[in-house]
Design a binder for this molecule. Structure first.
Ligand code: AKB
Length: 326
């Protein structure tokens, strides 16, 4: 079913890990004429779409793109992730906060109908219960990325309350995908493991073997995003960003599931600075508000995710482990 309104959707960060797959899903849903892709790189990944090279920290250029393409909705996905953010804190803060504030401000001025912005489990911290982290409760993030996510949640609420804007958000767990590389996160070890299993290269986990974190397969994350954005506004009772969950696993548990399919696969464990980041995040998430208010349900089991990843990765090259935080 094609969308009725004439105004278009702008995806910011369309070449990134989430943007690559979300853009494809939005095109499927609304048609290529209705979606404009943008990213900081010169070229887009979606050849069939209008593409704008856009640095989201440039407010003037963002406003031009919104005006030129008659944009009515923005999915703002450009961000620095947790590990890279600890290495380049000022850059990460500027990208994450200036970028979000620019998007909120252009959305206000151009009277956009909706904005989507992702938060993360990184907004939680050591004071949050580690199991079944609640929708509402203590949040004391310890990374620049996490601080930017919690501050961003507050900014989104502020704009929504002050100006009556429709801003929707999810606290994504670690996302696993094969289409595009992640941008320097703490949960990236899982993607590295699957790439290594597929091409037979050596795998060393930068998290310890018992480090359990909430994770999700990208098709579920994309569907959650679209379902949240399509939900009737009156159903959404939760102010701010929704907790979202599929399953949790440790590196050891993931390696076991992979070994059931690739018996030769071996892992070594060499925790680095990313271990402290993981240790401050919850092991599992209570997403009952998302389930109750817009009927969220994950579709993929952990073993279905591993099967699907290995099928898609067959014949592909391994990710360079250094590149993850380069
Ligand atoms: C990261 O590891 O930084 C991200 C996240 C959990 O938000 N994948």
């Amino acid at each position: 079913m094609k969308r009725q309104a004439m105004k278009k959707i702008l995806v910011i960060g369309a070449n990134g890990q989430i943007g690559t797959e979300l853009t494809t899903a939005l095109v499927k849903l609304h048609g290529a004429q209705q979606v404009v892709a943008s990213d900081i790189q010169a070229l887009g990944r979606h050849q069939e779409l209008a593409y704008e090279k856009l640095d989201v920290t440039d407010a003037k250029r963002l406003a031009e793109v919104v005006q030129q393409h008659d944009i009515g909705e923005i999915y703002h996905l450009a961000a620095a992730l947790s590990a890279k953010g600890e290495e380049h804190p000022e850059w990460a803060w500027n990208l994450n906060m200036t970028g979000l504030l620019n998007v909120l401000e252009v959305a206000r001025q151009a009277k956009l109908s909706k904005v989507f912005w992702p938060s993360s489990i990184a907004a939680f911290g050591p004071s949050t219960p580690r199991d079944n982290a609640p929708q509402v409760g203590a949040m004391d993030p310890k990374t620049v990325y996490g601080i930017s996510k919690l501050a961003g949640e507050h900014w989104c609420s502020w704009y929504a309350e002050k100006y009556g804007m429709d801003i929707r958000s999810l606290r994504y767990p670690g996302l696993i995908s094969y289409s595009a590389e992640p941008g320097g996160g703490t949960t990236d070890y899982a993607i590295q493991a699957l790439f290594s299993a597929a091409d037979g290269s050596a795998f060393t986990s930068f998290l310890g073997e018992e480090s359990t974190l909430p994770m999700m397969y990208m098709p579920d994350a994309v569907r959650a995003t679209i379902e949240l954005m399509s939900a009737p506004k009156e159903n959404l009772k939760t102010a701010g960003s929704y907790n979202l969950a599929a399953w949790s696993f440790s590196p050891r548990e993931l390696v076991c599931v992979i070994q059931q399919r690739v018996p030769a696969f071996q892992a070594a464990y060499k925790p680095d600075f990313r271990q402290a980041i993981a240790d401050a995040w919850p092991r599992s998430i209570d997403d009952s508000s998302a389930r109750a208010e817009w009927a969220w349900r994950p579709a993929y089991s952990l073993s279905e995710m591993v099967d699907d990843m290995l099928t898609h990765l067959a014949g592909r090259k391994s990710l360079s482990q250094e590149k993850q935080v380069a």
